[in-house]
Write a protein that binds this ligand. Structure first.
Ligand code: ATP
Length: 146
């Protein structure tokens, strides 16, 4: 079978479509580490962790925040379903900074084994990841160095 030239990227949350496009390369935060997908990739199902995903179309790279979920890869398609995700340009920096502050305050008060501390750690990871993606996140013209 001929290797497909592009990937159809379908990236959705229960609330909205994040990306629906033909792309050349996708990089995802897998539970077991980051991994890349090029056209012709072997079929794969994988769980995702909270982190940054990016995809390249020609010379343009775009990024998005992703909070877990699943991906299905077939040779000409990448389908991502995430509970929560935002394109880099849609991240509200003030909101993420406020979430980061709240999480830091809760962590400062909580004991190490506390359930609330665990929730605050997750909230802090989400906020910090959003801020990092937003900072570097406007569409750019070169491949990012990860
Ligand atoms: P917050 O405490 O600010 O609500 P959160 O991490 O608890 O942050 P989520 O549960 O991850 O929020 O997301 C709830 C909804 O709000 C989702 O639709 C998500 O895309 C959106 N959202 C959360 N934070 C931001 C942000 N900083 N910028 C843009 N959208 C956001």
């Amino acid at each position: 079978m001929a290797i497909p030239k592009h990937l159809q990227l379908e990236f959705v949350t229960p609330e909205r479509a994040i990306v629906h496009d033909h792309v050349d390369e996708v990089e995802l935060p897998g539970e077991e580490g980051d991994f890349g997908v090029l056209p012709g990739h072997a079929p794969l199902l994988a769980a995702l962790r909270t982190g940054e995903m990016w995809y390249r179309k020609g010379s343009e790279t775009r990024r998005a925040f992703i909070a877990g979920g699943f991906v299905e890869v077939v040779p000409d398609r990448v389908s991502i379903l995430a509970p929560v995700a935002e394109r880099a340009e849609d991240i509200d920096v003030a909101r993420a900074e406020a979430a980061k502050r709240r999480a830091e305050e809760r962590l400062a008060k909580a004991s190490v084994v506390d359930f609330d501390a665990e929730r605050a750690r997750i909230a802090l990871l989400r906020a910090i990841t959003r801020l990092q993606i937003s900072r570097q996140g406007r569409p750019d013209r070169k491949r990012p160095r990860l």
